[in-house]
Write a protein that binds this ligand. Structure first.
Ligand code: ADP
Length: 400
């Protein structure tokens, strides 16, 4: 069974074709600058690469490129389009309604569109992506939606409510939802397997998804009890360009002083803050790390602020969990940035955590990075959100 995984953004459409017999990536690619001019990249499992500048006015046009790349020309990987059994879509915001992946129906599309007020850029693009997939593949090919928010739906109200007037929760659903759920689910399940408790019962884990966007989740008995991101993926600690949590009054204060509209302030908080905003160097972690090595003081401040902020969340989550069995690092920074991992684990020395510095330096593979006598086990587990989407899609399609 081959499954096409789609991640549709407002001006991009990433895809990956996965052969579920062996869970092998057959081809993957990206349609960028949709509605602007258009850049298309397609890579196959055996190293063939197709790139071209091509006009893609909308997501339907992008799907035509994907279809063509899969079935013809230099990057061809399948004979016929009907070899694609099903399509799985990544959806950012599933609100309180979706606590698991579901098959796409007209009602589901309507629900995703309805949650657009909570994730305007993302959910609108996802609906465009689903409709474009239906237009490209026909309505006989089953489609499944997998939500970033779903794994966090087990949070109790004490964790997901904020101290705002209750009516805003009732009227608009203002609460913590959490994101990166697909990744937290994948790595926490894998961690439970590594702990020898595949059903998760009796486990207390913190998963650290550290990428351009970053979040932590506290996972008890295999279920999320708290997470750092909130109504949107802005909450929590400093990220590449996102501020993370700040005193809400600082936001209204800056808006007044700088005469900024809500959408302008949104850009400040989401695109101009975080590691970029403090360091003034870059949002990319490698650039910031290089600047720190060269003695750039603001880069060092940004670096240290992030470590400090993450460690405070870790401390809070240990209390929320009532202890800690394991901590997992994943995503671009979590999998590759040994200095940050080491700093965060050293802050847990008071608990009896001992880092294996040699193992911590190994990159690109699943590994334990604490010593056998460490009181808490530390792991690097490479995430694979596309595979989770493909697995969920397969499971739902097989039930049809
Ligand atoms: P997202 O999926 O949120 O866009 P990623 O998970 O791909 O982000 O993470 C991107 C971040 O990971 C960037 O800040 C990048 O600098 C960092 N990163 C990627 N590879 C490495 C590496 N080899 N060493 C250090 N940092 C890395």
């Amino acid at each position: 069974m081959k499954i096409l995984v789609i991640n549709a953004g407002s001006s991009s459409l990433k895809y990956q074709l996965i052969d579920m017999d062996g869970e092998i990536m057959v081809a993957k690619g990206n349609c960028e600058r949709i509605g602007i001019d258009g850049k298309f990249t397609h890579k196959t499992f055996d190293g063939r690469v197709v790139t071209k500048e091509v006009d893609m006015p909308d997501h339907t046009a992008a799907f035509q490129q994907v279809k063509a790349a899969l079935t013809e020309g230099e990057g061809k990987v399948i004979e016929r389009l009907d070899e694609v059994t099903a399509i799985g879509h990544r959806i950012v915001q599933g609100g309180a309604k979706f606590d698991r992946s579901v098959l796409v129906t007209p009602q589901v599309i309507q629900d995703i569109a309805g949650y657009a007020s909570l994730a305007p850029l993302h959910n609108k693009a996802h609906v465009q992506g689903i409709n474009a997939a239906i237009a490209a593949f026909g309505d006989k090919v089953p489609q499944v939606v997998v939500f970033d928010t779903a794994f966090h739906q087990t949070m109790p109200p004490v964790a997901y409510m904020w101290g705002l007037p209750y009516e805003y929760y009732e009227k608009y659903g203002v609460r913590r939802y959490g994101f990166h759920g697909t990744s937290h689910r994948y790595v926490s399940h894998r961690c439970c397997e590594l702990l020898g408790k595949p059903d998760g019962q009796g486990t207390k884990i913190i998963t650290c998804h550290l990428g351009n966007g970053s979040s932590l989740a506290a996972v008890k008995d295999g279920k999320v009890i708290d997470t750092t991101m909130g109504l949107t993926p802005l909450d929590g600690f400093m990220m590449g360009t996102r501020s993370g949590a700040v005193d809400p009054s600082a936001v209204t204060f800056i808006m007044e002083k700088e005469h900024l509209s809500p959408s302008e302030m949104d850009i400040v908080l989401n695109k101009k803050s975080g590691m970029l905003g403090i360091s003034g160097v870059s949002s990319d972690d490698r650039d910031v790390a290089a600047a720190v090595a060269q003695g750039n003081e603001r880069a060092k401040l940004a670096w240290d602020m992030r470590t400090y902020q993450i460690s405070k969340y870790i401390g809070g989550f240990i209390t929320a969990l009532g202890g800690l069995d394991a901590i997992v690092f994943t995503a671009g920074i979590g999998e590759n940035q040994e200095v940050l991992r080491s700093e965060l684990l050293h802050k847990l020395e008071y608990l009896g955590v001992k880092v294996d510095e040699e193992k911590n330096k190994v990159h690109g593979e699943e590994r334990e990075i604490t010593t056998p006598d460490s009181a808490v086990r530390g792991f690097v587990i490479p995430t694979n959100e596309e595979l989770v989407i493909a697995r969920d899609t397969k499971q739902l399609v097989e039930q049809l």
